[in-house]
Design a protein around this ligand. Structure first.
Ligand code: ADP
Ligand code: ADP
Length: 230
């Protein structure tokens, strides 16, 4: 079964009495273990699409199934629970809590699961190991480099074992070398651990290393092609 399935999904925003059609009918299927890059010009609808796939937002029309469930049938708490067990989200801006340690940032999605502190810390420590940050568990975000902060964010996205990790320009705030290190971690998680990844990128080299390229233009999918991968 697909991890995510979108059928003719639309999303319109009302802005100062003007309606903006950010997505005009998108159909798309994301299978577990995929490695897809979403590309397209600024304003084409990439972030809107990612927010829908990640259940951070709901469609205006069409059908969106995540983990086999039609999101339109779910109340807000159920949608949040579905997001927590199927999706990991990584933002360009990291979105870490500034005052708590890497370990506690990573353990946050498990608070939602009702896990006890000792159990959360154990799982968070192993997620930090997976991104090469086993030696930084007690550091706060301000004590970490940008690349390390993004790796903490990736660990947080992984800790609850989601079906798919969605990343909206994960290297957008990083310099080239640090961005390449973060990409290497994502590629390894996909290749060796089977973590499904869908990422938005403006970097043609990053996009070329994916196994699928989804090109968005003017609120529609212009092209959806399989690639050889890295
Ligand atoms: P991209 O990620 O490709 O840059 P977005 O999904 O952010 O594109 O935006 C697609 C379109 O939707 C743009 O025209 C944008 O201005 C509009 N849009 C995005 N978010 C909102 C919002 N919250 N309110 C109104 N319009 C929005
Ligand atoms: P930017 O591209 O400005 O750095 P991000 O890519 O980090 O922003 O975030 C994209 C969108 O996701 C923004 O509209 C932001 O409000 C929203 N967002 C950021 N962090 C979170 C979060 N932890 N939960 C839900 N939405 C978030």
């Amino acid at each position: 079964t697909p991890a995510i399935e979108a059928l003719d999904v639309t999303r319109t925003y009302a802005l100062d009495g003007v309606t903006v059609e950010a997505l005009k009918g998108v159909s798309l299927r994301i299978d577990p273990g995929e490695y897809a890059a979403v590309v397209g010009p600024s304003g084409s609808g990439k972030s809107t699409l990612m927010h829908l796939l990640g259940c951070l937002d709901r469609p205006s029309g069409g059908v969106l199934r995540v983990g086999g469930e039609d999101v339109a049938t779910l109340a807000e708490p159920e949608l949040a629970a579905l997001r927590n067990r199927t999706i990991g989200f990584v933002f360009q801006s990291f979105a870490l809590l500034p005052r708590v340690t890497a370990l506690d940032n990573v353990g946050l999605p498990l608070v939602y699961r009702g896990l006890r502190r000792a159990e959360r810390r154990e799982l968070a420590a192993s997620a930090l190991e997976r991104v090469g940050l086993g030696a930084r568990t007690g550091h706060r975000p301000t004590q970490l480099s940008g690349g390390e902060q993004q790796r903490v964010a990736i660990a947080r996205a992984l800790v609850a074992q989601p079906q798919v990790l969605l990343a909206d320009e994960p290297t957008g705030n990083l310099d080239t070398r640090t961005g390449a290190e973060v990409m290497a971690i994502l590629e390894r998680l996909n290749a060796e651990e089977g973590v499904g990844i869908v990422l938005v990128t403006h970097d043609v080299e990053v996009a070329a290393r994916a196994r699928r390229q989804i090109a968005v233009r003017d609120g529609r999918i212009e092209r959806d092609t399989a690639l050889a991968g890295a």
